[in-house]
Design a protein around this ligand. Structure first.
Ligand SMILES: COC(=O)c1ccc(CCNc2nc3cc4nc(N)[nH]c(=O)c4cc3[nH]2)cc1
Length: 373
């Protein structure tokens, strides 16, 4: 049980990295995929199942938890780990992105952001200091700075204003976070699709000597090649010895192409949200179980999978559950999808260790190039 936060690189293959983050609550094997547990639950899953699939860390959201049940209440109940019965590491997003995408009537200025809850219309405000305070009340292990992520396309002046504001907020978050040995506060690189601003943001954050660095402002609708070009230019500016986290990404193809560019950590609602909408992710690509062609297909999703949801149920049964709106449909497909994502990450980690990442990359991209099955 260490009381420190450390990141070690075990192997590299090109720009792909195999590493490990060690924290008091446990170790995170990287490259890692963090299942999204927005309101303290990974929807339609028992967290014991999430753990069995190989997840070392899950993500929570300040925005949702501050509105309901409230950060002080979670603290009174012992913090998010005890509340949700997840004793392993938790990373929490700071709320900025969710405010801009979920809240109504929001005002953003130098101090922070004021907004109306999408739950009950009550007025709330988030400052860099309050976001870090909330993440402390949740007892979060990796805390994200409060930032401003703007939608693209946008004018250069607007992108620069938001990027500079996010840098000032990073400084304020660093001060508010102080020195918490077993925990980390990550900075978030902004700058939209303007490489010079991205590099300036990364350099200024690197100079703050933070424990990890996220790439924000991406996976906001830009084409994959724009996202990847941004990584090509920005990742090399970040310190080698610190973890890099690409926020909100992504499809299996996004993930493997981003690992190839030096990213260590990912989160995305895709496997869980798509699962609840009838979509299955498998080694051979995506399957939409709503499609009537599955109505009498007795084959499982993947007979070779270690996950019962993929191996023991026919596509016909899954089709029936999805068409009938039965809860078990979303539960089984979420289970299958998270199993696939964790198997993908385990495959990536093993491929980097065996110096065969390029071959593995080709295998995954080829399967996904086929598209819907
Ligand atoms: C079925 O799949 C889906 O519905 C679905 C929805 C959204 C995303 C994209 C999520 N993208 C994304 N999440 C993000 C979260 C972020 N947080 C902070 N603090 N700063 C950012 O700059 C930021 C950027 C993001 N980009 C991906 C998938």
């Amino acid at each position: 049980m260490t009381n420190s936060f450390s990141f070690r690189l075990h192997a590299t293959d090109g720009r792909a990295r195999r590493g490990e983050i060690t924290m008091p609550r446990g170790t995170v094997r990287t490259p890692a995929f963090m299942p999204v547990g927005t309101a303290g639950t990974v929807k339609a899953m028992y967290l014991s199942q999430v753990r069995e699939l190989g997840a070392d860390i899950i993500l929570g959201n300040v925005y949702h938890l501050m509105l309901r049940p409230g950060a002080e209440r979670v603290a009174r109940l012992g913090g998010l780990h005890d509340f949700a019965r997840w004793p392993h590491p938790i990373l929490t997003d700071s709320g900025g992105f969710q405010v801009m995408s979920l809240a109504e009537l929001r005002k953003l200025d130098e101090k922070g952001v004021t907004f109306r809850s999408h739950v009950d219309g009550s007025v709330h405000s988030l400052t860099p200091e309050r976001s870090i305070e909330i993440q402390g009340l949740l007892d979060s292990d990796i805390q994200m700075q409060l930032d401003e992520c703007i939608r693209l396309p946008a004018e250069r002046a607007e992108i620069e204003r938001a990027m500079e504001l996010s840098l000032r907020w990073a400084e304020r978050c660093k001060i508010a976070f102080g020195d918490q040995p077993g925990k980390a506060m990550f900075g978030i690189v902004q700058g939209g699709d303007l490489i010079d601003l991205r590099i300036r943001s990364a350099e200024r954050l690197a100079a703050m000597d933070l424990k990890g660095y996220a790439l924000g402002g991406l996976a906001v609708g830009e084409p994959q090649d724009v996202m990847l070009a941004t990584l090509d230019e920005t990742v090399p500016v970040l310190p080698q010895e610190k973890p890099r986290y690409l926020m909100g990404v992504g499809t299996p193809d996004d993930i493997i192409k981003s690992v190839a560019r030096g990213i260590d950590m990912f989160d995305c609602v895709m496997p869980t949200r798509a699962g609840r909408h009838g979509l299955a992710y498998t080694r051979r690509g995506k399957i939409n179980l709503k499609n009537s062609r599955h109505a009498e297909d007795h084959r499982p999703l993947d007979e070779e999978s270690g996950c019962p949801a993929a191996r023991d149920y026919s596509r016909a049964y899954l089709h029936h559950l999805v068409r009938s709106g039965e809860s078990l449909g979303g539960m089984l497909l979420t289970w299958n999808n998270l199993a696939y994502y964790q198997d993908l990450m385990a495959g990536i980690r093993a491929a980097i260790e065996a110096a065969r990442f390029d071959d593995f990359h080709a295998e995954v991209s080829e399967a996904w190039a086929k598209g819907d099955m």
